[in-house]
Each structure stands twice: as C-alpha cells, then as structure tokens.
Write a protein that binds this ligand. Structure first.
Ligand SMILES: [Zn+2]
Length: 480
C-alpha cells in the first residue's frame, strides 16, 4: 500500500482536479446566453458571450452560502437525543462549577465527589441512570484529556448520540478561520462495543479531521457547486421562458422534452467530478487514521476498525436476511423491522452469524404472531414457541440452498477471530501481522459485505475505504 506522503499527494491532486473542473464549468456556464430564435424548431439558441454574465457580488454571495448552510446544518444536527460531554452544557462543566475551589478550570475531583454529584443528578430513566451518567462523564474526561494532549483548541463541543450504528463524525461549525469550531458527535454504539483505548482511537481519528481541517475543505468544495447550479438555473429558466411565451402546440411537447434532456446532460456533467472527490475523501480517512494511530497506537485503532466493521456486518446481515425472508413470504416493512431488531439485540453484539439467526427468529415470531392473533387462534406460549423454533429451523436451513453465493464466498472472507490466537477478542501486533498476511495471501476480504462490494453484488461505500484497505495502510506505514 502506498506511503502516507503518496496518499496525501494523491488527495491533493484529486482536490485540485475537482476544483479545476468546477471552475471550468463556472467559466463555461457564465459565458452562455439564451436568445429567442424563431427559425429553430426549439425556438431558442444558446450563444457564447464574450462577457462573463454573473456579477461579482452574486458570485461572492453564492460562494458564502454553503458556509452559512453548514452552520445551520450543524446547529440542526445536534440536540434531540444527544448528550453533550464537552462544552458549556456538559456534565464536566457543571462539575467544575460545583467544585471549582476558586479555580474555574480545575478538573481534579475525587471519585466520591463525582459519584455524589452524579447520584444527585440521576433520574432512573433509561438515559439518566447513574451508570449512564458515570459512563458519559468518564467519556468526557477521556475526550478532554485527548484534546489537551493534541492541543486542538477548535474542538469546542462533543456529543454522544443514541444511535445504534457505530460511528463518529466531526462538524465544522462556521468554516471560517478564528471563528470556526469543530463539534464531534460520537454514536453511543461506539461506546457499547469498544474498550477505553479503542474509544480513544476513534476520538483521535475525529480530532485528526479537526486538526487537518477536513470539514473546512468540504465546505470550500461545495461553494463552486452552488455557483454552477445557479448559472445553469438562469439558462434553463431563460429557455423555459422562450417556450412558455409561444402558443402551446404539439411542437411545444418536443421543446419541453429537449429541455428535460438538457437537464439530464447538466446533471451528468455536474456529477462527473464526484468520483474524483470520493477518491480524495477515501484518502482523507486514511490520513485521519494515520493521525490517530500516531497518538493512540495502531493496535487499538485497528481493533476499533475491526469491531466497528463487525458491527456494521451485524446491521447489514439483519437487512440482507430480512430482504431474503421477505422475498420468500412477502409484505413486511423491512426498515421498521430492522430498527426493532436493532433495539432488541444486545448493542455490543458484533457477530453477524448471531445477528442473522436473531433476524430469522424475530421475523418468524412476528409473522406467526400476526397469523395466530389475526385469525384469533388461541394458543399457549409453549405451543407458540414450539412453532417458532420449528419455523426458524426450516428458515435457517432454507438459506443454504437459497443463497449459494454466501456459502461459496465463505473462504474468501477471512474472519479476524481466526487469527486471535489467545482468543481475548483483541488482536495484538503479531496477530495483526498474521491477519494482514492472510488477507493478502488469498486476496480475501475481512467482512462478507466487503467481499460483496468488491464483486459488485452490493453497492460500494464510496466515501470511506474498506476496512482491509485501512488496515493495510496502517500496517505498511507504521509497522516493521
Ligand atoms: Zn473519518
């Protein structure tokens, strides 16, 4: 795998190419004007004007709008079920106010003080239990320590969201130098499945995005897009205007069809650069990984990536399984059921095989329940469970014949647990080396969905590299 410097260079080349492509589009769209021409069947002509049509003020305004939008979006995307662990409304801040002892920045509280304070606050509801508050407080301390250690002062707020997918991301609020802030959101499930060191590596990855100003760059990349959209809108509106000023005839249909075709072409031209930017995004992720591995160590980061990936497998496996079952018996709202299953399943479950079995049982149970209740058939609990077990066994058996694709691919998927020699559910350096060797030797994937993506059976996630690629990059750059 390419070195860090090569990855960084590739990323810059992609970004510059993308920006150049956008500015060429702005140049072109800015020089086009639409004029009525009765000689043409479409009734207008597009002409190249020597003067640039968009005035400077409009351009500046349009370039600034994404920054404002990103601010509003950031404000909107926090709140709701989120708990602030760093920032003005955090538990930490409240503790500081309670026990500042004359020093408002003091952060050394005794264990007893913390426990007492959190006990007073706890409500007993699912969110507000003492254990939960203690976990959130602990997470706040870990995060604050990392922020202090890295010295990235722009991170002003950190939130924990109740999301059941393992993920974390950074928002740049007002991407302007000096005024801007970075807010990090950590999904609760990250805490459910990772140990402290692994959580640190995830937070360090996000700090890496803030330190590298990655989200700042995002806003800059979106600015030119808005100018292009605006430019094309003016041209399309002028074309529509010419057509609408004519009496409506059969030819008008043809003219509108041409206009729609034109919109299709514009869309295609605008999206053509997206592949280049996704190429840059994937490299951005590798560089944030590099930053995190430098601070926390690559062992914990790689274990975090594997566990998060396994959890992703659980989620994929549930929806894949439900889709298959739905095909077999019809009409079940899959998304709704997948969410229900995620809610019932242990949030720290990272085994896709267990999840699959769980999905089948849940499906069978709700389906049978529907039938017995719907037809008002009285049945005892044990009888009902009997039916569930029978049906479940049959459904699980049926998948072997129904989806040869999955069993065939089994050997092309290298389960990380098979290299976990001491079976402590965590890979040490030697085990990681072994995993990399095994993955490379057979050109295999680390997860089922990774393989399905590679073979085109699942749509690819374009903005993030695959977990095996991330492991290769860390292995090749930071290990020998
Ligand atoms: Zn990232």
């Amino acid at each position: 795998m390419a070195s860090k410097n090569v990855i960084s260079m590739q990323r810059w080349i992609a970004i510059i190419a993308f920006l150049a492509y956008d500015f060429i589009q702005i140049y072109i769209v800015g020089h086009l004007i639409v004029e009525p021409n009765a000689n043409y069947i479409i009734r207008y002509q597009v002409r190249w004007s020597p003067e640039f049509q968009l005035d400077t003020l409009t351009l500046l305004g349009l370039l600034l709008i994404p920054f404002v939008i990103s601010y509003i979006m950031a404000l909107n995307s926090v709140g709701g079920d989120m708990v602030q662990i760093i920032g003005p409304d955090s538990l930490m801040k409240r503790m500081q106010m309670e026990f500042h002892r004359g020093n408002p920045e003091a952060r050394d509280f005794t264990e007893d003080e913390v426990d007492h304070f959190l006990l007073e606050l706890s409500t007993g509801e699912p969110q507000g239990t003492f254990e939960n508050l203690k976990m959130l407080f602990h997470l706040g301390i870990i995060t604050q320590t990392l922020i202090n250690q890295t010295g990235i002062k722009s991170i002003k707020r950190v939130f924990v969201s109740d999301d059941l997918t393992p993920n974390a991301f950074t928002l740049r609020v007002l991407p302007i130098p000096f005024l801007g802030q970075d807010w990090i959101i950590i999904n609760r499930n990250v805490v459910d499945i990772l140990d402290d060191q692994e959580i640190k590596s995830v937070i360090a990855h996000e700090i890496g995005h803030a330190a590298r100003r990655d989200s700042w760059l995002n806003a800059m990349l979106y600015s030119p897009r808005l100018v292009i959209i605006f430019g094309w809108s003016i041209i399309l509106a002028a074309m529509a205007n010419v057509i609408l000023n004519e009496p409506f005839t059969l030819d008008s249909m043809l003219r509108f069809a041409t206009l729609l075709g034109f919109i299709g072409v514009i869309r295609y031209l605008m999206n053509a650069g997206q592949g280049v930017i996704n190429y840059a995004y994937r490299r951005t992720e590798l560089l944030a990984d590099y930053y995190a591995a430098k601070i926390i160590g690559l062992e914990d980061l790689i274990n975090a990536l594997i566990k998060i990936g396994s959890r992703g497998e659980v989620i994929n496996s549930i929806s894949r399984e439900l889709k298959r079952l739905e095909k077999m018996s019809g009409e079940v709202p899959i998304e709704q059921m997948a969410v229900q299953i995620m809610n019932y399943l242990d949030p720290s479950e990272t085994d896709a095989a267990v999840a699959k079995e769980y999905a089948v049982e849940f499906y069978v149970r709700s389906k049978l329940n529907q039938i017995f209740r719907g037809f008002q058939i009285s049945i005892s609990d044990s009888e009902f469970n009997n039916y569930v077990q029978q049906a479940k066994a049959n459904m699980l058996k049926s998948q072997v014949s129904a989806t040869p694709l999955i069993s065939e691919s089994e050997e092309q998927v290298k389960d990380w647990k098979s290299v976990d020699i001491d079976q402590n559910k965590k890979l040490d350096i030697e085990e990681i080396k072994d995993l990399v060797l095994q993955l490379r030797k057979n050109d295999s994937s680390i997860f089922q969905s990774e393989l399905l993506e590679r073979t085109g059976q699942l749509p690819q996630v374009k903005t993030h590299p695959q977990v095996s690629q991330r492991i290769f990059f860390l292995h090749d750059n930071l290990m020998d």
